[in-house]
Design a protein around this ligand. Structure first.
Ligand code: NAD
Length: 510
């Protein structure tokens, strides 16, 4: 029962798909058209234009949102710049700033159900996973608020004949462009280190999923984050996103999304000589040895590929299975994938929700067709799914393809619940096949021989090597992509925080 989870200030008012809905969700959606958030208040787009955001589970409109154009974005960046210089945020004692970020984390915690429901409705994520994402945001905010307390602002260096120190300052306004698959979690990964270091931020949420980000900005103002420190510029990628990427006043730029758009953002940042961080796509592998725990491994990989309907950048989408267990493994995963309960994201029994929009569903179905046309075997058919009472929803079934790893479905990122199977024979071959991709985000290895696991994990050409698990991201452990999966430092670790300080070396010859 939701009633047991509800916190202070959250009330049950209505139901969607038979699920009780928090009053604040109702009220927030009814307050549209939703404004961007600039200088501590809601601000409309100057031309009055809007876009709509939908429930992927039903296709129904959730809210109208003001659609920012270049002038709106540039005005927001100017506000963030002024707040950096004048609001006191950048110069505030670090313990006071950290206390405010803790207060923000606490405020999110008291409204965890409201924000989780907004997230679930907006991006089609099942409610339990949305709760996990909101909790992750809270943990991220607390992690960086605490970490900032331990960063030396002045490090004295012992060098011959000189008095020398490195002094750290925040940079200024920082830009963030965020995708639709983990809107609230990635918002936290992005802005928490920047804020903890004393920067101000301008965030462009994805047009499919702006709700939780807009809600957070209001909450931040309510709990006392100074006006202009957190600014949200909703809008389309080719207008608002482009304007963020091209604004020369940003001191740091962070983009999470597809490699195609990442290139554009990197080029625009390059033209301004703005340091840019890219967190991009993936085509991760799972290397499954014949001495794995079969039930544990098949549960883990089916769980991973159906988690958020496969719309996960670091997912294991190429399953490389030792030839001795290939047939048994395929039989087990096929059976388990057929049992996954597909439904509306708020449905109590739902294990896998819809994909985010009609375009994404066409993309997933298209890759199944292209894969088969390219010679792949359809081991588990997949295809479009229907859910009772949700006719306009964007549902797909889990699917399995098998064949040559140069097949388009094994090479390109599909971003759906589709895995590509291939057998291997030796450890060297398993590693070679896992690394035979342009991407380099995350791979996993599955075996009861932990020495072998360690060897294989360390041989991956990827930012992350996981052992007997997939999708393992822990605060304090760097998470980043290499090759086509990203550049520039990664997230959730001390390296991320250090990125948000500008260093100056101060020297006096003795
Ligand atoms: P996308 O690249 O289409 O969009 C991402 C963001 O960029 C959105 O806010 C969009 O509005 C904006 N955008 C679009 N065109 C733009 C332009 N011309 N200039 C500036 N901004 C523009 O990505 P998506 O479809 O929202 O997300 C899926 C992708 O994100 C996948 O490739 C996935 O692997 C990747 N991703 C990576 C990570 C990671 O940590 N490495 C995490 C999540 C998602």
């Amino acid at each position: 029962m939701l009633a047991e989870r509800i916190n202070e200030g959250e009330f049950i008012m209505a139901t969607i798909q038979g699920q009780e809905l928090c009053s604040k969700v109702e009220a927030f959606l009814a307050s549209g058209p939703l404004q961007g958030w600039v200088g501590g208040k809601g601000v409309e787009a100057a031309d009055g234009g809007t876009f709509t955001t939908h429930d992927p589970g039903t296709g129904e409109v959730l809210a109208e949102v003001f659609s920012y154009q270049k002038g709106d974005v540039d005005a927001a960046v100017a506000v963030a710049d002024a707040a950096f210089k004048n609001s006191g945020w950048a110069t505030m004692p670090v313990n006071e700033r950290s206390a405010l970020l803790h207060r923000l984390a606490d405020a999110v915690e008291t409204q965890i159900e409201t924000i989780s429901q907004l997230e679930s409705l907006d991006c089609g994520k099942i409610l339990e996973q949305a709760r996990g994402d909101v909790q992750n945001f809270i943990d991220t905010m607390r992690y960086f608020a605490d970490l900032a307390l331990n960063i030396e602002r002045r490090t004295v260096l012992a060098v011959k004949n000189h008095e020398a120190a490195v002094v750290r300052h925040p940079w200024g306004p920082c830009g963030f462009i965020i995708p639709w698959n983990f809107p609230f979690l990635l918002l936290g990964w992005g802005i928490a280190p920047a804020l903890a270091a004393g920067n101000t931020v301008v965030v462009k949420p994805a047009e499919d999923t702006p709700l939780s980000t807009l809600y957070l900005a209001q909450l931040a103002t309510e709990i006392g984050i100074p006006d202009g420190v957190i600014n949200i510029v909703p809008g389309l990628g080719e207008t608002a996103g482009k304007a963020v990427s091209e604004n020369a006043s940003f001191c740091r730029m962070s983009f999470t999304g597809s490699p195609e758009v990442g290139r554009l953002v990197a080029a625009a940042s390059g033209a301004n000589l703005t340091p840019v961080k890219l967190e991009l796509g993936g085509k991760g592998a799972a290397v499954v040895f014949d001495d794995c725990d079969m039930d544990f491994t098949t549960d883990g990989l089916v769980g991973a590929i159906t988690f958020h309907t496969g719309q996960v950048c670091c997912d294991a989408t190429r399953w490389l299975v030792h030839k001795n267990i290939y047939d048994e493994f395929v039989g087990k995963v096929k059976e388990k994938m057929q049992q996954v309960a597909i439904g509306h994201p708020l449905g109590a029994a739902t294990q896998m929700g819809p994909v985010v929009n009609a375009k994404q569903r066409e993309r997933v179905l298209g890759y199944l067709e292209k894969g088969v046309a390219g010679g792949a075997e359809l081991v588990l058919e997949g295809g479009a799914a229907t859910v009772d009472g949700c006719d306009g929803g964007h549902y797909v079934k889990p699917a399995l393809l098998a064949g040559s790893l140069d097949n388009v479905a094994a090479v390109e990122e599909i971003f759906g619940p589709v895995a590509f199977l291939a057998p291997f024979e030796t450890e060297e071959e398993g590693i070679r096949l896992a690394n035979a991709t342009d991407y380099g985000l995350a791979n996993s290895v599955w075996s009861q021989d932990l020495a072998k696991c360690q060897r294989v994990a360390e041989s991956f050409e990827a930012g992350n090597g996981w052992i007997n698990s997939h999708n393992v991201i822990v605060h304090g452990v760097p998470y980043a992509g290499v090759k086509k999966s990203g550049m520039g430092g990664g997230v959730v670790s001390i390296e991320t925080l250090l990125d948000y300080y500008r260093n100056i070396s101060v020297i006096r010859p003795l």
